[in-house]
Design a protein around this ligand. Sequence first.
Ligand code: MG
Length: 343
Amino acid sequence: MKIKSIRASQPATPEAPKDWRTSLGQILVMVETDDGLTGYGVGGGGQAAVHVIETVIGPALTGQDATDVEGLWDAMYSMTLAYGRKGLAIMAISGVDLAVWDLRAKRANLPLAYILADDVRATVPAYRTGRSPDAWINEGTEGFTALKLSLSMSASESVGDVVERVRRVREALGPDVQLMGDAFMSLTVETTLRIADGLRGVDLGWFEEPLPADDLTGYARLRDECPIPVAGGEHEYTAKAFETLMADRLHAIVQPDVCWCGGLTELVKIYRLGEQYGIRVCPHRGSEIWSLHAICALDPDPLAESGREWMTWVGDQPNIVNGEISLGQGVGFGVRIEPDDHA
Ligand SMILES: [Mg+2]
């Protein structure tokens, strides 16, 4: 099964947040083989990643054996080393890697989860991200038993304001709902510790991305001083980098994004590392189909984060119903793409 062509494009996402997620947002990768199969994957990096695929990865992989999934990953990593390793180039590799995994499962005529394990969970719990405290309080939980709130602090807000809004949600929803918080790399060590101190007794499950991803010294301080488990990794790349985070226990929970961190080849390695180091793996945007197969097959403590609502061009993805999501029986990732729309 040789690779006949690799195509990449950035389909429009008019509902995406008007920031880098529009200009450097998710890309579609289609890998065709000489026996007539097409594998689909999603990466990140917008037109920059499309350029890497069209000028470097596509020409180099055309004619190669599509079944050598891990060998293709090593080749892509090596050929982009001078400008890759993290960020856009690895986002491009992620999309190609997912597409060849789709082919691997399609060739076996199985849902991808069954390539990863014999014993697969059909349904896993989900949590919702990106809703305001007032919406949770006024509109209820819509069946969710776990949810994540923003811990970012605007210029006009104080530590007390952030603490207050989390406490209001806890008081309104009671003790049985799991609450987590996310600061999207926006705080300092000192501010993180002050917020964590203010949240004593609130039972926050994790404090996500308080610091920029490269502030490993700061994360080491939080490991030693923060009373709330620190999560992170959605902006980290490759299993090798995750091993550093785990070996030094810089995060208590790691959150790789399979469309950015290097694809399923890397996510599988990260799950193995999680087992080795005793650290929980909880993929970013895990209810999107690209991570969900791995979660259902490999995750001992599954909790799938709600997906990017603007990713409407990936068809036939399962929806979260009453706080749970079920894997379908489609072959490969089981997605429906209209290839003519993205030629
Ligand atoms: Mg996050």
